[in-house]
Design a protein around this ligand. Structure first.
Ligand SMILES: [Zn+2]
Length: 85
């Protein structure tokens, strides 16, 4: 299992997200279940660090509710980085 940030682990536990192992291109892969029971994989690209989702909404609009659900967690992570020693 890859190194997930504690905030992601905590949020995943609350929302029932499934943490997946890295693949060659993507890290922080997290499976989120939509309202209809569909499974979507949100992940961070290893090179450019951008986040992506496998759902149709993201492919069409470059944003979606699955990434929105993670946004607060990601913002907390960003805010935390400068004070990490
Ligand atoms: Zn999505």
């Amino acid at each position: 299992m890859p190194d997930f940030h504690p905030l992601i682990l905590q949020t995943a536990g609350i929302h029932g997200w499934e943490l997946l192992p890295d693949n060659p291109q993507w890290t922080h892969r997290i499976a989120i279940y939509g309202a209809s029971g569909n499974r979507y994989i949100v992940a961070q690209h290893k090179q450019n660090k951008s986040w992506s989702c496998g759902c149709l909404g993201f492919r069409r609009h470059r944003h979606c509710k699955h990434l929105s659900a993670m946004r607060d967690t990601l913002m907390l992570m960003d805010a935390e980085q400068p004070i990490r020693s």
